[in-house]
Design a protein around this ligand. Structure first.
Ligand code: HEC
Length: 132
């Protein structure tokens, strides 16, 4: 008679176990979504050409890599990226990047109007005003 009590108990334990598994699965799913945010290929291409050289962990540009490490930025969470994107939009809107000093020696490093507009649109989440 006593043995029958085991059955519902086993069922409950099994159910709890299953719930636990499905919960961690959905949690890690939303976590990976948080880690892998949008990085459009055309933005990546511009950054790799015009920004990455100074803004990566191995750059010789100490100040540049200290302020922004692109690989770290790409790997970071959405919330952190939002803050960095704000800074990127700021320097772009002010025309501060790439630095003027650098462009004196390497004018081809300058962003074209289209590239600048794309980067601002991406980082600030808006279109650049064309009425100027
Ligand atoms: C020739 C090297 C060089 C290139 C190319 C360059 N940067 Fe920089 N960047 C720097 C340096 C140096 C600093 C630090 C400036 C300072 O602290 O005054 C910096 C700082 C920044 C910062 C941080 C500003 C802050 O105050 O936190 C951002 C954002 C940035 N750059 C974005 C960009 C973007 C976007 C591009 C490409 C369009 C770019 N940079 C290209 C050298 C470079």
């Amino acid at each position: 008679m006593k043995k029958l009590f085991f059955l519902p108990a086993l069922a409950i334990i099994g159910l709890l176990f299953f719930q636990g598994i499905s919960k961690t699965a959905s949690e890690s799913e939303s976590l990976s979504h948080e880690i892998a945010p949008d990085m459009p290929p055309h933005i990546k291409a511009i950054v790799e050409q015009k920004c990455y050289g100074c803004h990566n962990a191995k750059s010789k540009n100490e100040k540049g890599k200290e302020k922004l490490d692109w690989d770290e930025f790409e790997a970071s969470k959405k919330s952190k990226q939002m803050a960095t994107k704000g800074k990127i939009a700021e320097v772009l809107e002010a025309g501060d990047m790439p630095p003027a000093k650098f462009l004196e020696n390497k004018p081809e490093g300058k962003l074209t109007e289209t590239e600048l507009a794309s980067l601002i649109e991406w980082s600030a989440g808006k279109k650049k005003s064309t009425q100027e």
